[in-house]
Design a protein around this ligand. Structure first.
Ligand code: SF4
Ligand code: SF4
Length: 479
């Protein structure tokens, strides 16, 4: 039986008037009945482009969705677990409209199947019903009648990965960076039985998932659960350790690590490049989101401008409206809404939460008073005809300057890699690590790299795809 509805099952969410007063997750998730109803919209296409063309980690989408229609939710989870280490994260933060759902056949004459929402449902169902990794470890250990946590971890490793685990325990692998690329690579290799240590420069693990994505999109407990699943399969975490400062690649080699994966992201913020950007109250989006997400520190500002039009700008403006002192939040973007790279759903959520958008507007100068931001001088822009690449360039409109009354400015115009710390590995003039496209091997034997540090800022799932690819190549390298 197929649900012929062109309309997909809407996920319940907090009312905009309520949610701007908290950092709780906006969308509250499908019930079992909703998930089955939505899963029945899947046509089980023979070609399944959602999976082959849309999903960078090639989740078996028709198979896991079919299990949902049967009410076999744990089996659906096990199908996902074959290809993704972070399904609860992907179901929430993947740009599905560009990937799996963007390739769904049902999208040709109506709305695509809500693949992300179904993936999230399955991962959450597993978390609630199958017990935590620690509980599973304890149960597995009890079955073994051994009673120690080491036995428990071994038991759950076998439980989760089969007999091949524990074969390679003598082969140590270092993973640098605990964002999506590093977590995926570490998880894949640990499940194969390698001894994996993950080095993270911050005191908390998770990379951009922990400090870049606001809690109303990815609650802390979801990430903690995914991290605890990785610990249960044997990944060790060394936080507060920075490559180039606390250790080098040569140190790792001397300590007996046989291979290294670098997934240290692209966390260096680009600045506006206008006079006054050094004033107190001008902050890069990454720093603002870190303060809000990790330290729970909010700017003491009533009128906040966010500069940029990508997904980080959407995260920043939506976090800004939730800051206790904020009264007005304005996004300033140089092009029009048609060129905006942000996920349209995120843009809609931001509008519903009262964020104001100034399109075709560019910053010219930050105006200060007593060393602090007192306004933002802007000018109107107009777009040229498309160039050879099809992109329309914004150019200033003469005599169109005006001052926006703001006391905080968040720069969300992009980030770049900072690989000065990576010794002896070839990088491009933009600081990106050079790799072999097929294997993600760098110019230094045994050192692999993937994710934003290689490509520049891309999506979480693209980084996960790279982590998975590198894990396979490292396994082949280690024989
Ligand atoms: Fe879609 Fe992302 Fe899940 Fe792949 S991992 S199926 S792209 S939500
Ligand atoms: Fe189902 Fe859409 Fe994938 Fe077809 S393309 S198998 S309808 S999810």
């Amino acid at each position: 039986m197929i649900n012929q509805s062109k309309v997909r099952t809407k996920m319940p969410e907090q009312d905009p008037c309520v949610r701007t007063g908290n950092f709780d997750e906006v969308a509250t998730g499908y019930t079992e009945e909703m998930a089955v109803r939505e899963a029945l919209r899947c046509l089980k296409c023979r070609e399944h482009p959602c999976m082959t063309r849309g999903c960078p980690v090639h989740n078996n989408i028709p198979a896991f969705i079919e299990k949902i229609t049967e009410g076999a939710f744990e089996e659906a989870y096990q199908i996902l677990a074959e290809t993704t280490s972070l399904p609860a994260v992907c179901g929430r933060v993947c740009p599905q409209y560009l990937q799996c759902e963007g390739n769904c056949v049902r999208g040709e004459k109506g709305r695509p199947v809500a693949i992300g929402a179904l993936e999230r449902f399955v991962a959450d169902w597993h978390r609630k019903h199958a017990g935590s990794a620690d509980e599973k470890a304890a149960e597995a250990a009890a079955v073994k009648s051994a009673g120690t946590m080491a036995d428990a971890v071994n038991a759950v490793t076998e439980f989760m990965s089969g007999a091949e685990a524990a074969e390679h325990k003598d082969k140590r692998i270092a993973v640098i960076g605990s964002g999506p690329a590093g977590l995926t690579c570490a998880g894949e290799l640990a499940k194969k039985g390698y001894s994996v240590t993950l080095f993270e420069k911050e005191e908390i693990a998770g990379g951009v998932l922990a400090y870049g994505i606001p809690k109303f999109r990815l609650p802390a407990e979801i990430l903690e659960q995914e991290l605890s699943n990785l610990k249960a399969v044997g990944v060790s975490f060394e936080t507060g350790k920075t490559l180039g400062k606390d250790f080098t690649l040569n140190d790792l080699s001397n300590e007996g690590y046989r291979a290294v994966f670098i997934g240290n992201g692209a966390g260096k913020s680009l600045r506006l490049g206008v006079p006054g950007q050094e004033l107190t109250g001008v902050v890069p989006a990454a720093a603002f989101l870190y303060d809000v997400n990790v330290k729970k520190e909010y700017p003491d500002a009533e009128r906040i401008a966010v500069i940029g039009g990508g997904n980080v700008a959407m995260d920043a403006c939506r976090a800004a409206v939730r800051c206790p002192a904020a009264k007005k939040v304005t996004v300033v973007y140089r092009r029009s809404v048609a060129e905006m790279p942000a996920d349209p759903a995120e843009l809609k959520e931001a509008e519903a939460e009262g964020v104001e958008f100034l399109y075709l507007t560019g910053p010219v100068e930050v105006i200060g008073q007593d060393g602090k931001v007192a306004g933002l001088k802007c000018q109107k822009m107009v777009l040229t005809e498309p160039d050879a690449s099809g992109r329309r360039k914004p150019v200033p409109v003469q005599d169109s300057e005006f001052v926006l009354d703001v006391d905080c400015i968040i720069e969300a115009i992009g980030t770049q890699s900072d690989n000065a710390c990576v010794d002896g590995v070839e990088t491009t003039d933009r600081g990106l690590i050079v790799v072999d496209e097929e294997t993600l091997a760098t110019s230094k034997p045994g050192i692999y790299a993937g994710g934003d540090t290689v490509t520049g800022p891309k999506t979480v799932i693209a980084a996960m795809g790279a982590g998975r690819k590198a894990a396979a190549a490292i396994e082949a390298y280690l024989g």
